[in-house]
Structures are given as C-alpha cells and as structure tokens.
Design a protein. Structure first.
Length: 182
C-alpha cells in the first residue's frame, strides 16, 4: 500500500464515513490542529525531565488520537468504530493537575513562557491546545460535537500549564512573572 493516494490532489479529503469535504473545512482544521498538538505532546514526552511522566503523556497522546478520530468522523455516522472520550479521561487530567499543584507555589501573577527549552515545549503545547479547543468550539457552532471533547481539550490546556510550572520547579528554573508597565 502506498502512502499517497492522489485523491486529495484537488484540495478535498474524505472524512471517516466517506463524505468528502474541502481541506479548508473547519473540521479538517480542528482535527489537524489536534494532530499538531499530538506532535508537540510527543516532543514534550521526549524531554528528559518528563521521563517519569512518559506513560501519562503517552496516554494523553492516545486520547488525542481518539479526539482526532471523533472529529474526522462524519456527524451522525454510526458505522465507524472508534473509542470515545470518557468522564474518567477528564478526571484523570484533573487529578494530575491537583497532584502537581500541591507542591507548586501559589500563583499570584501571570507567568511568561520560557526559562528552559523543555518548559518552553510545554507552553507551546499549551498554546496549540488552546487553538485546537477554539477550532473545535467553532466547529461545534455549526455541527454537533460531543461536549466531552471540548472539556477534555480545556482541561488538557490547564494540565499543560501546570506541567510547565512543575517542570520548571523540577529543573530548578525560576519562573518569570509578568510585570506590566506602569
């Protein structure tokens, strides 16, 4: 089987279920952004400071494939077999956020991304996650999207923010707070 099919050479692509849509369709943008986020999660997982979180980050990548498959499926299509995002997936992120947050100093200011390349990867992933969430919300305005997908992405961006803080702490990097001009 060849990787290229040439069926998209005219600027359209197939959704799971067979419907063809333009590659500029908001649905394609939504699951494409989730795919981009998944690539950043892979980079984040590969950071040495995250070696103990490797399995957790892989699980999140698996859930992002679920999100992508859901977004790539024609609305109302029941013949396509795919896993679902469950409440437990959202609760898992909340538990992880709470566990990391217990050992972090209270947040009193906005934090500027950076301080260490690994921490910056977490912040990049967070911003791509926020963009993915915006794309899915925009798609939800025109087609029904399961709300758990939006909730998962929202919670994941929070997780990535807290993870960036936790990574900075573990790397002994002082967070840079935003100090607005007078």
């Amino acid at each position: 089987m060849k990787i290229y099919t040439k069926t998209g050479d005219g600027g359209d692509t197939s959704l799971l279920g067979g419907k063809r849509v333009p590659k500029s369709h908001i649905r394609i943008d939504a699951y494409g952004t989730v795919d981009e986020l998944n690539a950043f999660l892979g980079l984040l997982k590969d950071q040495e400071v995250n070696s103990k979180r490797h399995a957790l980050l892989k699980e999140i990548q698996d859930r992002l494939f679920t999100v992508g498959a859901t977004l790539a499926t024609v609305s109302g299509e029941v013949r396509v077999k795919k896993p679902d995002i469950l409440d437990e997936d959202i609760f898992m992120l909340e538990r992880e956020i709470d566990a990391m947050d217990e050992s972090l100093p209270a947040l009193k200011n906005f934090i500027l991304p950076g301080g260490h390349a690994s921490v910056s990867v977490a912040h990049l992933a967070r911003t791509v996650c926020r963009r993915a969430e915006r794309c899915v919300v925009l798609l939800h305005e025109v087609e029904h999207i399961e709300e758990k997908i939006i909730q998962y992405l929202n919670r994941l961006s929070d997780f990535l923010f807290v993870l960036g803080r936790k990574m900075a702490q573990e790397l002994n990097i002082e967070e840079t707070t935003w100090a607005p001009r007078d």
